[in-house]
Design a protein around this ligand. Structure first.
Ligand code: HEC
Ligand code: HEC
Length: 195
């Protein structure tokens, strides 16, 4: 292939990526996007979030809630959350790790963080976060917040089988596989929640 052709192809790809990043930012539903974004999602987006885990991470972070996939938060959030200060007061709990493990866990989650992923939910989360003020919670990223804003306390906080919105596995039956599609949701005790 001639060098000119390569440059042309790269240029087209770059333009499509820019279109996607821009289109995903508007925060609205699929299907209203430009051609570039849909064409790109056809060959490179994957659904949900990447389902990676490792033993140390599962043991350190999967005891009180399921080990959230790294692609549910951008690196900037993981860095805040996994600082030694935060871990000793982790939402009122002590989740301290020794320094070597803390570094290994941090390295693991940041290397698979939302902004490095080509999975659909991760890309949406990454695009919805203000990186100068990264949230400590997945449920405080704008995308996840927006997807759940209609759920009342009756369905979440006061639902004895849910209790907190970060309890993804209570409602998303395939959360541990990295799947969060609408058709895999069922809210405990409210089988007909969306009527
Ligand atoms: C001792 C129990 C405990 C351990 C261990 C623990 N957590 Fe948590 N975690 C909690 C509690 C409690 C909450 C807040 C739940 C709520 O919203 O009421 C929480 C919330 C979170 C949230 C926010 C969820 C949301 O609302 O979006 C993240 C992210 C998180 N933990 C990551 C981690 C990571 C990473 C580790 C490993 C270093 C870890 N946790 C270890 C108890 C724990
Ligand atoms: C109380 C139950 C409940 C909990 C807990 C919950 N969700 Fe959801 N989630 C829902 C419902 C209901 C929807 C909307 C489904 C629909 O629009 O039909 C949804 C939608 C989503 C979507 C959008 C799916 C799509 O394709 O549009 C994502 C992504 C998601 N949730 C991720 C999460 C994550 C990550 C957590 C944990 C941090 C979580 N959810 C916790 C009930 C829950």
């Amino acid at each position: 292939m001639s060098i000119e052709k390569k440059v042309l192809i790269l240029g087209v790809l770059a333009a499509m990526c820019t279109a996607t990043a821009w289109a995903d930012n508007d925060g609205d539903e699929e299907g209203e996007r430009g051609f570039g974004s849909r064409a790109l999602s056809f060959f490179s987006h994957k659904n949900g979030v990447e389902n990676v885990g490792n033993k140390l991470y599962k043991e350190s972070c999967g005891e009180c809630h399921f080990a959230y996939q790294p692609g549910l938060l951008p690196s900037a959030s993981w860095e805040r959350l996994l600082s030694a200060d935060q871990l000793s007061d982790h939402f009122g709990e002590n989740a301290e790790l020794n320094e070597a493990d803390r570094k290994k866990v941090l390295e693991f989650v940041t290397s698979h963080a939302a902004e490095k992923s080509n999975y659909r939910v991760s890309m949406k989360i990454a695009n919805s976060v203000d990186s100068s003020n990264p949230p400590l919670r997945i449920t405080k990223t704008r995308y996840i917040e927006r997807k759940h804003h209609e759920l009342s306390d009756r369905l979440v906080k006061n639902n004895k089988d849910v209790r907190f919105l970060g309890n993804c596995t209570a409602c998303h039956r395939k959360a541990t596989e990295g799947t969060y599609d609408e058709d895999t949701v069922s809210i405990p005790n409210f089988p007909r929640w969306d009527d």
